[in-house]
Design a protein around this ligand. Structure first.
Ligand SMILES: [Zn+2]
Length: 316
């Protein structure tokens, strides 16, 4: 009887193990798919401001801070007059400071040596004065003219802006990222003009960069009214599931990481975890989280943001 009982118990235990095995076989690991843009947005939008016109610091940055939206600002080093307070405050508030060279020279007319001095000198000055390990990764070519030896730009920057009014797609040329010039000179001074660019960008699942100079009244180039920028920010906030608004440097980092990452998904203590790796990329620059989507066990859609080299539990 005792033998029979033991046999019975062993039989139940075996059945239990068997059914557990069957069960774990039928639930496969979550399949994570990288999203084209952060937050699974349909399109990416970058606001950029050239030439350190004073109203960019006194009007635009406080307005962007109000909306918790970040832009890219391209000061000319020699035009800052040795006062770096504005650009330091901009970075502290989460905005990007890119380079617009040392002297706003036409890079297409300079010797190779002078091109290198403009590219390298502006980047190192910005990084030194801002400090705290800040990396200046984006440049806007003065007059939208790239140097003849454009490959030199990649020694100092990961992306560079021209101004030919295109929507960029996933196979963007990082040494010629497009932008849409705005303001009075281009007869584009309204929020509606910006929304038409947003619409076109969404239709292509692409990336558009907006190019501003002077804001409101001032002596700078091609003024654009701040009240219309404010309306556009309200519009983007209302549609934030559709548009990812981020500085150029963040969008470029996201694209590079998205094309490079490897993912390890495995079980730890019965739970699925994921680890994102970015082999071969400079970890001081490429540290943006990527958004992944997946189908949960119950069939609903799940999202997870993964930062490089962090192990994160997947809500599966
Ligand atoms: Zn300029």
């Amino acid at each position: 009887m005792k033998t029979l009982k033991t046999f019975f118990h062993i039989g139940i235990a075996c059945l239990g193990v068997f059914s557990l095995c069957q069960c774990s076989k039928s639930v496969s690991a979550p399949e994570l798919e990288v999203c084209q843009w952060a937050g699974d947005a349909n399109a990416a939008i970058s606001y950029t401001f050239d030439d350190n016109c004073p109203n960019q610091f006194s009007t635009v940055i406080p307005m962007f801070n109000e909306f918790d939206i970040h832009g890219t600002f391209f000061p000319v080093i020699n035009w800052l007059g040795g006062n770096y307070d504005n650009i330091k405050a901009a970075v502290a508030a989460g905005h990007e400071i890119g380079s617009h060279t040392v002297s706003h020279a036409n890079l297409g007319e300079l010797s190779t040596e002078d091109v290198i001095a403009e590219l390298h000198g502006s980047r190192t000055t910005i990084e030194e004065v801002i400090g705290n390990g800040y990396k200046c990764v984006t440049i806007a070519y003065p007059y939208c003219i790239a140097p003849d030896s454009i490959e030199l730009v990649a020694d100092d920057y990961i992306n560079a802006r021209v101004c030919d009014g295109r929507v960029d797609s996933t196979d963007v040329n990082f040494l010629r990222v497009s932008s849409h010039p705005l303001g009075a000179v281009f007869n584009r001074t309204s929020c509606e003009d910006l929304i038409s660019i947003f619409d076109a960008t969404r239709a292509k699942n692409g990336w558009s960069t907006l190019l501003f100079h002077e804001i409101d009244e001032g002596s700078g180039y091609s003024p654009f009214p701040s009240a219309e920028i404010r309306k556009s920010l309200e519009y983007l906030k209302e549609n934030e599931s559709i548009y990812w608004v981020a500085p150029m440097g963040e969008v470029a980092r996201y694209i590079v990481e998205r094309e490079t990452y490897t993912l390890d998904v495995h079980q730890e203590n019965g739970k699925y975890v994921a680890k994102l790796s970015l082999e071969g990329l400079d970890e001081e620059i490429f540290n943006m989280p990527l958004t992944f989507k997946y189908t949960k066990k119950d069939g609903s859609l799940g999202y997870i943001n993964l930062s490089p080299d962090e192990v994160a539990e997947i809500d599966f």
